[in-house]
Design a protein around this ligand. Sequence first.
Ligand code: SAM
Ligand code: SF4
Ligand code: SF4
Length: 337
Amino acid sequence: MATLQDRLGRSMQDLRISVTDRCNFRCVYCMPKEVFGPSFAFLPRRELLTFEEIARVAKIFAELGVRKIRLTGGEPLVRKDIDTLVQELASIPGIDDLAMTTNGSLLTAERAQKLRSAGLKRVTVSLDSLDDAKFRALNDVGFPVARVLEAIHNAAQAGLTPVKVNMVVKRGANDEDILVMAEHFRGTGHILRFIEYMDVGTANGWRLDDVVQNSKILEQINARWPLEPVAPARPSDVARRFRYTDGAGEIGLIASVSQPFCRDCSRARLSPDGQLFLCLFAQKGYDLRHWLRSGASDDEIEEVVRHIWSGRDVRYSEVRSEKTSGMPKVEMFRIGG
Ligand code: SAM
Ligand code: SF4
Ligand code: SF4
């Protein structure tokens, strides 16, 4: 079967599934409290895809060439019995990588083990600072660093490895913690990844000045512990990889703003209510739930997705400007990072 390609010749290889729009954190750069307060209307349960519906979509996408699935959110672990979904996804022929991005707050040793047994391969845990006061302020619900470090430990113990640690760097908020974070994770086997603060959604008040360019981070770390580049595992990998020349492991740099990687972007995104998004910065999604709930066959839905992907020509980060960053866009917690 010929691989499905979009208008820029990009094949569809990855599917990111946001399983919920809810989260127990209020990270200032993602779900600022002032906007997502107690009266914010999250999706009602009936609007969410069921696990059966998600698995059905995933099977169709696997037929179309998807090999890698990542569960995200919102916070994926707030969705009850998520290991049931993991088990279903892990059994889909063709899916050879199944991962999850989580804030770690609910990743107990028991839960990590359960997810691993269900077939999850790896987790990425988000952690923006090791300074407890700063981290509590960034997640804005007073969640302590120690419990996220525990989650990272639990993931590693359960074999959800290599554990990746995502640090979103925002100028003035945590850019002084770069070396401390690097030092902490050197030699642990965990891969620390520095992510440029992005203009996803419209709620976070993003400004270009708040972005710390990845090249500056690289210079800083390299001056302290020399680094050398590592070849990407796949062309569509978003992180540029580097390893410490003294053998203390690897880091990743995700320069979504300063060095966009749209040219190789192979990711489709499914929102909790079954909208298909073709880009993290999309203004609209395509309603797959309508097809799922209207009696369409798998073949018919496959054809719909084929049609949508074939028409794809988005490359937001390559054309980003002050003008585009102010345009209406879907929020990150709806389509996952
Ligand atoms: N709640 C989970 C978590 O935080 O890991 C999964 C969803 S979260 C939206 C996925 C990733 O996106 C996290 O690593 C988070 O730090 C990152 N993220 C959120 N808002 C961001 C922004 N404005 N710029 C860059 N990364 C962002
Ligand atoms: Fe929640 Fe993750 Fe967004 Fe933080 S980044 S508010 S943990 S969804
Ligand atoms: Fe892919 Fe859109 Fe990000 Fe470009 S901006 S890499 S097209 S998700």
